[in-house]
Design a protein around this ligand. Structure first.
Ligand SMILES: *Cc1c(COP(=O)(O)O)cnc(C)c1O
Length: 230
């Protein structure tokens, strides 16, 4: 068994255990393998171990990697998206995690319409104002929720966050709770279901699952550390 296969097996067990102990459906939690900066060979090892959904934070990297891997592999864009890349990336990815402004939402809506797509997206929420410059804060998302919901080609599936880093996963729990509660509030207001909560990374995904995460974005715990900051 490859090291990557062993890591994946261990993480799947931890996901299962975290879901069970918190009364969540383990089958409803998607493990998104964050493969950014890692080579094709590593991704292929993960595929061989049964992993079929991968997250990248750059459009350019998806464009390079996707043609080299089996076509049944599914991709999520987890990083910020620039307007000039929307047309290229929409046909390639199953979900865009980090819709971080009304302007990019409008672009995705318009180009999605032109391409005959209904892009599945998550709205990025910035809960820890000092650490991340991306995303709607809880005030702006409440103000802009109705206009976002009016973008009829946008298939808003839920919300995501990247909380301020703390080495102690328990310290991040309040952010996961905040995101879940905000999701519940937006769901009530918008009327449409928001089933997806994308939260939790290598060091805190178990806590995120306990708080209801449906997609955990795990990179270094699967592939090892990244050489350069990505
Ligand atoms: C890189 C990245 C991850 C994965 O981080 P790890 O700590 O390596 O698990 C998750 N989410 C986003 C948005 C990322 O950019």
């Amino acid at each position: 068994m490859s090291a990557i296969a062993a890591c994946l097996e261990n993480i799947r067990e931890c996901i299962h255990a975290a879901a069970i102990r918190s009364g969540h459906d383990a089958a409803a939690v998607e493990l998104l393998a964050v493969s950014k900066t890692h080579p094709i060979e590593s991704i292929q090892q993960a595929i061989d171990a049964g992993q079929l959904v991968f997250g990248e934070n750059r459009v350019q990297e998806i464009l390079i990697k996707q043609p080299q891997l089996p076509s049944h592999v599914r991709w999520h864009l987890i990083g910020p998206l620039q307007s000039n890349k929307v047309r290229k990336v929409l046909p390639l990815v199953e979900m865009i995690h980090a819709v971080d402004s009304f302007d990019i939402a409008k672009d995705i809506n318009r180009i999605g319409g032109e391409l005959g797509l209904r892009p599945r997206v998550l709205i990025e929420i910035n809960l820890g104002t000092e650490s991340s410059k991306h995303g709607f804060n809880p005030t702006t998302i409440r103000e802009q929720w109705a206009p976002l919901c009016a973008l009829d080609k946008l298939n808003i599936q839920g919300v995501m966050c990247i909380p301020p880093f703390d080495p102690l996963p328990e310290k991040t729990r309040p952010y996961f709770v905040m995101l879940r509660e905000l999701r519940d509030e937006l769901e009530k207001r918008g009327g449409a279901p928001l089933p997806q909560l994308s939260m939790g990374m290598s060091h805190d995904y178990e806590v995120a699952i306990e708080e209801g995460a449906t997609i955990v974005r795990v990179g270094s715990a699967i592939f090892g550390s990244r050489a350069a900051k990505a």
